[in-house]
Write a protein that binds this ligand. Structure first.
Ligand code: LLP
Length: 394
């Protein structure tokens, strides 16, 4: 693909490689499919772009939603209610109604007060709600504090020591059906040992639950598998074999029990690139800045989580294909790559060695498919970035 094609569109914009997305989905289908009882949901919060949803839908995965807006987005993309799990941390009455009216697969319940409200609304609507209880397993997922969810001090989930009592209370309600438990320990997890710890916690809990006379039809282990932000070209598809095998080898699944997964980043992370243009190259007294037209409003991850995204100067590469290794012959310099937003934290990367960059160069901010476009905002009265596919550029 010619860089001139990329610069014909107004920058910044998201560019999606739907072929890579398909390959990633095929890999998940293959690896999860080795275990008859494994069911994968796509965590739509990672990227709700209809271009992405149309591809995901073809593979028959379920969907994990955290808001009424996400439920509506899935329904309009052609998913049906029975494919949706709804895990919002504080669901409004309207969102609960929307879920019930669409007969969603399960509500992942975050508090006993929420459970009572679901029971009341289900009664009003004359339906029964399927529920799983979200249990906080108190596990350190060794990831950034802002994306850790499974520690006891986090706002998510119900206390694991009360699980048996909570199940008993749930079983006592008339308008809900208890289906199982839900967990999610955090995001961008690369250590399979953390998922193994989750399995061990679940095994222990399941023994206690069974000795109290209850049965779990569903164990939902959430999402969290990380991607390689440093080497997206060499590792475009995460190690789904290792991931699913960890659960197959460590989770003591009972006969007929279903294991559900909610993967977001690992599905869409590598298929998205934020394309931006260098507006100016400024020499400060101690630093040199490449000032680009994308900002934290388009990709907030570096500002919010100190996240690293590889940046490539496509203009110094001949006949670029985004999945190729950059040609490593250009002279380089060291820059901070920064955006135009009036915030000191509007920095994509600091002290970054890259080919000598000039005004007008097209840069690719890689691995931006997950939590990139989905978290974009209009601060500074900016317009939201548009999106295209590689096919639009040929
Ligand atoms: N299930 C639940 C209940 C979740 O809260 C999340 C993510 C997922 C599944 C999907 O997790 P994944 O497979 O994508 O790791 N904006 C942050 C990530 C926030 C994750 C929120 N919850 C980032 O850009 O790193």
């Amino acid at each position: 693909m010619e860089v001139s094609k990329l610069s014909e569109k107004r920058t910044p914009y998201y560019l999606y490689d739907l072929e890579l997305l398909e390959k990633t989905l095929q890999c998940i289908q293959l690896e999860a499919g080795k275990h008859a009882n494994f069911h994968v949901h796509y965590a739509i919060k990672a990227n709700a772009n209809p271009l992405i949803l149309n591809v995901v839908r073809k593979y028959g995965f379920g969907i994990d939603c955290v808001s009424g807006g996400e439920i509506e987005r899935c329904l309009s993309a052609g998913f049906n209610g029975s494919q949706i799990v709804f895990a919002g941390v504080a669901k409004s009455d309207e969102e609960i109604k929307l879920g019930l009216k669409n007969n969603i697969f399960s509500f992942n319940v975050e508090s006993m007060e929420e459970l009572t409200v679901i029971d009341e609304i289900a009664e009003q609507l004359g339906v029964k709600a399927n529920v799983c209880l979200r249990i906080n397993p108190d596990i350190d997922a060794h990831t950034h504090a802002n994306i850790t969810t499974g520690r006891a001090e986090n706002k998510f989930g119900l206390s694991k020591i009360e699980t048996v009592d909570l199940i008993a209370k749930t079983m006592g309600l008339k308008h809900v059906t208890f289906r199982g438990l839900h967990f999610h320990i955090g995001s961008q997890i690369l250590e399979m040992g953390d998922f193994k710890s989750l399995c061990n916690e679940i095994n222990e809990l399941q023994d206690k639950i069974e000795s109290a006379g209850y049965h779990l039809e569903i164990i939902n282990v959430g999402g969290g598998l990380g991607i390689d932000y440093v080497n997206p070209n060499t590792n475009p598809i995460p190690d789904f074999h290792a991931y699913f095998s960890t659960f197959a080898d460590n989770l003591k699944v009972r006969d007929g029990q279903e294991v559900h997964f909610e993967l977001g980043r690992s599905i869409v992370g590598q298929c998205g690139t934020l394309i931006t243009k260098a507006l100016y190259v400024k020499k400060g007294s101690v630093k040199q800045f490449v000032m680009v037209d994308a900002g934290m409003t388009d990709l907030i991850r570096p500002a919010l989580y100190d996240a690293y995204h590889k940046i490539e100067n496509l203009s110094v590469m001949q006949n670029v294909r985004l999945s190729d290794q950059p040609i490593g012959v250009a002279d380089t310099d060291v820059y901070d790559v920064v955006g135009p937003i009036c915030e000191s934290s509007d920095i994509f990367v600091k002290n970054y060695e890259m080919p000598i960059t000039s005004r007008g160069d097209i840069l690719a901010i890689r691995s931006a498919g997950a939590y990139g476009e989905a978290m974009a905002c209009t601060y500074n009265c900016r317009t939201l970035p548009k999106s295209y596919t590689l096919a639009d550029m040929s």
